[in-house]
Design a protein around this ligand. Structure first.
Ligand code: FES
Length: 166
């Protein structure tokens, strides 16, 4: 497999180029239904999310029903049909973080960003999600912003943390 995508390509390519690349990816995966999840991962890396026109393209190219494609996307929470923010904030609500105030962190972030969990700010800067255990239980509560983990967070620290991404 020669096509490697590790980050969102959405800002650097035209729509036409993205669909051409997706076509190549599908060819590389030999249009096999068993490879649908990998193809969807790559498609999300190319487009940033999986809108209906991308789903239709995949279904047509792979010669499988659209309902199969949309069913897989709906089943796995890591696939999104809405545009995601440049930065995804994941608040840990695993047991250690929950008991040490994870819920208050979610509430404060909702206030600061003006969005609910699962939503993205209008400027497409931040998406807000919750998750179960980020692997920093000893220093709970923790949040992740893209690949970076912040430990021993409290609601008063959040504006300063987000300021780093402005
Ligand atoms: S429960 Fe939050 S890091 Fe483990």
């Amino acid at each position: 497999m020669s096509t490697t995508l590790t980050h969102c390509q959405c800002k650097e390519m035209s729509e036409e180029e993205k669909f051409r690349l997706l076509g190549e990816i599908i060819e590389e995966y030999e249009k096999k239904e068993n490879n649908l999840i990998q193809i969807l991962h790559m498609a999300q890396a190319v487009f940033g999310f999986l809108p209906s026109e991308v789903q239709k393209f995949i279904a047509k190219e792979m010669d499988i029903p659209l309902s199969k494609v949309s069913g897989v996307i709906t089943f796995y929470s890591f696939f999104s049909t809405e545009p995601k923010g440049e930065y995804t904030i994941r608040v840990c609500l695993g047991t250690a973080c929950y008991v040490r105030g994870g819920k208050k962190i979610v509430e404060r972030l909702k206030e600061i960003l003006g969005i609910e969990v699962g939503e993205t700010t209008k400027d497409l800067k931040f998406s807000l999600e919750v998750m179960r255990c980020i692997g920093a239980c000893g220093l709970a509560p923790a949040i992740g912003i893209n690949d970076k983990v912040y430990k021993q967070v409290n609601p008063d620290k959040l504006e300063r943390i987000l300021g780093k991404y402005e």
